[in-house]
Design a protein around this ligand. Structure first.
Ligand code: MYA
Length: 434
């Protein structure tokens, strides 16, 4: 089984790869290579005009164990936080996007649908649904002021967007109030004009106004400095469509019918007591999840309200299943995935790729492999084309065996204003951002 999947799947993959991501040729002792390495390191050092000014781990500090873990800068008094928004180039103005408004939600949806993350080859683009955006942006305690848009002053057209939502993130023994930053998007026609740094500074200012000083985010680009770098893996559920649209390729010596057979799944989950999560399960799922996540170096600190919001099933947004022991009625295992379709760009036959993304999974009694196979079975029944998972938490233990193939995109995780001394292994990360 060697079909080579390309994203998304692995979206959040960026077209302009930084030189640090390009491995050097094997023989690196020639003068040419030494000079090139030197030039690379010089350009690296000068590369990030904006990020070099921010309280984030800097490349030059990698490996410096004299720097302590924790906040890089202390909070400032709230009265010192800039009270007015940052200046935008004069044709543009700030707007706060009210996600309760059908009209605004539509505008955000369309901006992202046409301008958000694409894979390296520009074949697919994330197509977050409106219901998904409302779910992702309105968790317990959310701030409307963190849903930030930029409009063209004359036409009022929405041309850029960035969001934050509040979260408690545990780093080792410390639970830190953070913002999770997501959906940074600048209209394709306004790229490379340094609008992104202004948007990041504005969201930072609004987060500071709520007395929050740290943030977590992911990106397909390398910035100073990832806390870990993950890989997406893809499990074909509808191999014929995936091959037809160029998401995957037929492996060598494989025919279409052998490929279809290879990925075939049983009709029903195998685990007795496997069922959809319900409202009454929130306390048990919260206990299960808190206990499980406590083993990772970085993870969310979920309470029952968070679990109700983030994990209770919502049609076409989030699916969660659990195992209730038929004997004791204890809730022993849990799995979940979210729905994130991608537009298929320029294909005659198909316009949407229906993808499920593994979210949080906990096994205590059912082997994780069996639990995830049941997740694949229900995803297939729900007509997903592909099931994606990052190599975080214990996912590596089932990826190969369940016929996931590695994607070609990487996802880098970052913390803002919080230093971690050494990069984490992906299996030490217990956080999935949307
Ligand atoms: S990740 C998803 C990002 N979105 C996309 O990839 C969608 C398609 N692309 C675009 O819309 C644009 O290309 C974007 C950049 C908007 C990404 N994260 O305006 P520019 C830096 C952070 O000329 P543009 C997500 O949503 C770049 O290195 N920085 O560039 C999480 C350069 O800085 P420097 C990025 O291409 C977002 C500068 O921007 C990213 O027109 C987390 C160039 O600006 C990126 N993905 O627009 C944001 N891409 O010179 C950080 C480029 O220094 C949150 N750049 O290298 C930080 C925490 C804030 C809160 C803190 C609270 C305490």
């Amino acid at each position: 089984m060697t079909d080579n999947n390309s994203p998304p799947g692995s979206p959040k993959v960026n077209p302009d790869h930084n030189s640090e991501a390009n491995p050097l040729p094997k023989d690196d002792s020639s003068l040419e290579n030494i000079v090139r390495r030197f030039q690379d390191s010089m350009s690296l050092a000068k590369k990030h005009k904006f990020w070099e000014t921010q309280p984030v781990g800097q490349f030059k500090d990698v490996g410096d164990t004299s720097l302590p873990e924790g906040p890089i800068e202390p909070p400032t008094p709230l009265s010192d936080v800039k009270q007015e928004p940052y200046n935008l180039p004069s044709p543009y103005e700030w707007t706060t996007c009210d996600m309760d408004s059908e009209e605004t939600c539509n505008e955000v949806y369309n901006l992202l649908k046409n301008n958000y993350v694409e894979d390296d080859e520009n074949m697919f683009r994330f197509n977050y649904s409106k219901e998904f955006l409302r779910w992702a942006l309105r968790p317990p305690g959310y701030y409307k002021s963190w849903h930030i848009g930029v409009r063209a002053k004359t036409s009022k057209k929405l041309v850029a967007f960035i969001t934050g939502v509040p979260a408690r993130i545990r780093v080792r023994d410390e639970v830190v109030k953070m913002a999770e930053i997501n959906f940074l998007c600048v209209h394709k026609k306004l790229r490379s004009k340094r609008l992104a740094p202004v948007m990041i500074k504005e969201v930072t200012r609004r987060v500071h106004l709520e007395n929050i000083w740290q943030a977590a985010y992911t990106a397909g680009v390398v910035l100073p400095t990832p806390i870990t770098t993950c890989q997406y893996w893809h499990r074909s559920l509808n191999p014929k469509k995936l091959i037809d649209v160029g998401f995957s390729r037929l492996g060598p010596r494989m025919t279409m019918s052998r490929t279809i057979k290879l990925y075939k799944l049983p009709d029903q989950p195998a685990t007795p007591g496997f069922r959809k999560m319900e409202l009454r399960d929130v306390p048990a799922v919260t206990r299960l999840l808190r206990n499980y996540l406590s083993q990772f170096v970085v993870s969310p600190d979920f309470d029952e309200n968070d679990v109700e919001h983030w994990l209770l099933p919502t049609e076409d947004v989030i699916d969660s299943y659990l195992v209730e022991s038929p004997k004791t009625h204890d809730i022993t295992d849990f799995c979940s995935f979210y729905t994130l379709p991608s537009s298929i760009l320029g294909n005659q036959n198909y316009s949407i790729l229906k993808a499920a993304y593994s979210y949080y999974n906990v096994s205590t009694k059912t082997p994780l492999l069996q639990l995830m196979n049941d997740a694949l079975i229900v995803a297939k029944k729900k007509d997903f084309d592909v099931f994606n998972a990052l190599d975080v938490m214990h996912n590596e233990s089932f990826l190969k065996e369940l016929k996931f193939g590695p994607g070609d995109g990487q996802l880098h995780y970052y913390l803002y204003n919080y230093r971690i001394q050494n990069a984490l292994r992906t299996s030490e990360l217990g956080l999935v951002l949307l």
